[in-house]
Ligand binder design. Structure first.
Ligand SMILES: [Zn+2]
Length: 297
């Protein structure tokens, strides 16, 4: 496919597009963040435990079959509850990144709570020998402080903001981070998230439909030199037909011959080294513009 140049593509190193497969291993954390009383709800907990218990091993086998590496965003709570599963991800050669400790919305936390949660997550991963290079905010809800905090703690990238489909550098008051933008289109929550209580979603779509949505975006991204960041959750995408849809999607990407399948940290390293990459200030300008709009209305 002929590419249309829109932004620096030297980070692609000649590929038409890049694919990053990400798995958010939320397990029980995302329901406990909705209410501590779910800790006494075996039905709800079992729905979430399916992810680490069945989904992760199955996904790891599929990735090994295709000989590709992925990035697993792991809340500290998951690392504490399922240490052997998280260790198995590392031992299979994949990247493990930070996904908060408790999976609460960062935008709702007080500044000291956000720092405590970030540090607790680092400690939990650290106990398994993991020093994460990247971070994804739970529920796509970073605070205005998050990017700056991450830069201050030495993170190299985040994968949270949705204002592009190509990576860029985010300039904060404590340093620069690569941003690898995800999107709801490429998130399995929109396809498969169904749980009545807590109500995390109300859809059970066909894996064929999910595959169609994702494959059409992948195919088109090759024209525009984009970064395809797929975000899946093992408690959703670990089910048999859904793993097979993922297998088909990755095989399709490999079959194109011009899609680089990389970990998030690999993309971040390329982006950071790209002298032509777009560098965007975080918060200051954007907040000023938003404040103006708020005042004008
Ligand atoms: Zn999550």
């Amino acid at each position: 496919m002929k590419r249309t140049a829109e932004a620096s593509s030297s980070w692609l190193r000649g590929a038409a597009a890049a694919m990053v497969l990400t798995f958010d291993v939320d397990a029980e954390s995302c329901v406990l963040a909705e209410g501590k009383h779910y800790a006494q709800h075996p039905g709800v907990l079992s729905h979430q435990a399916y992810g680490p218990r069945v989904g992760v091993p199955r996904i790891l086998r599929m990735l090994a079959d295709l000989d590709v590496r992925a990035t697993f965003f792991v809340p500290g709570a998951t690392a504490d509850t399922w240490p052997d599963v998280v260790t198995s991800i590392v031992e299979a050669g994949h990247e493990v990144a930070h996904h908060s400790y408790s999976h609460r919305r960062l935008v709702d936390l007080a500044p000291d709570e956000e720092i405590a949660d970030l540090e607790r997550g680092l400690e939990a991963l650290g106990r398994l020998g993991i020093k994460p290079a990247g971070h994804r905010s739970p529920l796509s809800s970073p605070s205005e402080r998050t990017a700056s905090l991450l830069a201050g703690y030495g993170f190299q990238y985040e994968s949270t903001l949705m204002d592009d489909d190509r990576p860029y550098l985010l300039e904060t008051d404590r340093g620069v981070l690569a941003e690898l933008p995800p999107h709801w289109t490429l998130d399995d929550f929109a396809q498969y998230a169904y749980l009545p209580d807590p109500s995390i979603g109300q859809v059970v779509e066909s894996p064929r439909k999910a595959l169609e949505v994702w494959a059409s975006e992948l195919d088109a991204m090759r024209r525009y030199g984009c970064l395809f960041v797929l975000c899946c959750h093992p408690f959703l995408s670990g089910r048999p037909s859904r793993v097979e849809a993922l297998r088909e999607l990755i095989s399709r990407a490999l079959g194109h011959g011009d899609v680089a399948v990389l970990t998030a940290a690999e993309v971040a390293a390329r982006v950071t080294a790209d002298p032509l990459i777009d560098i965007r200030p975080h918060n200051s300008r954007r907040t000023a513009a938003t404040n103006q709009l708020t005042e004008a209305s």
